[in-house]
Design a protein around this ligand. Sequence first.
Ligand code: SAH
Length: 347
Amino acid sequence: MSDLKSRIAHLIAVQGPLSIAQFMTIALHDPKEGYYATRDPLGARGDFITAPEVSQMFGEMLGLWCAQVWHDQGAPKRVRLVELGPGRGTLMEDALRALRVVPDFLEAIEVVLVEASPVLRALQAEKFKTAGVAIRGVTHFNDTLIDRPLFVLANEFFDALPIHQFVKTERGWCERVVTADEKNELKFVLAPVPAQGLVNTEAELGAVLETSPAGVALAEEIGRVIATQGGAALFVDYGHAGGFGDTLQAVAKHKYANVLEHPGAADLSAHVDFAALSDAARLGGAKAFGPVEQGKFLTALGIAERAQKLGPQTNTQLERLVSPDQMGTLFKALAIMPNGTSKPPGF
Ligand code: SAH
């Protein structure tokens, strides 16, 4: 048994069952054995592949989207371009290269990479050593990021944030928690006492409700900064616009794995609830657009024309990003804008 699994079982023995959110936090970020803390998970030899790793066109489109919105807001002189969970830094690298056609924007930005993983932080620092643009790395979204117009990009970031699950029972919504048996194997059980404050009369018995307090808090904070300072955020992820269902999943080596079996060895994620993120951004005072399907979004931004220019070798990449049976409809984009602004490009 892995050391991390026994440590989790020990923690449960002394403090009682863990919420799924606590379990995810430890499995992903434990400094010694956490999944993200100890590896670069991306790419063919890793555990999963993301849109920026599929094609340079993805980062190019998102970078130019920011420059367009910046221009529409009167091209402010000092702004911040922040990426949440930049992974290998591929999206930002492609964005900055595409943005050479908008030198005024490059001159106006401070680039900030928000990354929890020390392994990926080191990889990003290496990649951007010679970028020619001011780039700063931070471990979480903090108060040094709130005093200027803020442009935020996040791809497959919110799905990695910890979630809670609640199951509708005759007593009410009971939280699904993680406990350990006498052999230190982990298993799910329902908390006997219903959670306070969750009322939904429509859900059927057995329905699963997921919440992401970390994601919601961050969306509200980003909404607040954008509402007061200007700027825009673009969140791209797989997910849905509200509703019920158990979407927690583990992935290792490009295959689904058991969520509880090998903490630290598999990626854990859940579908993003875009309705919850939009509501949070509105609470922060901003306006939310979308979600729109990734395929429609990228097509409206001109990705097909870009592919044609790059040559036929990009056909399969284009297909992968926009086609409905690949990433085109499961993945969606949500934009957060200052109140009173009209629809941003692609929405
Ligand atoms: N955006 C990249 C990587 C996606 S994987 C891409 O599209 O290829 C998720 C990324 O979010 C990783 O870089 C991971 O280390 C980071 N991450 C996960 N949880 C985080 C957290 N709580 N705070 C900051 N970064 C986090």
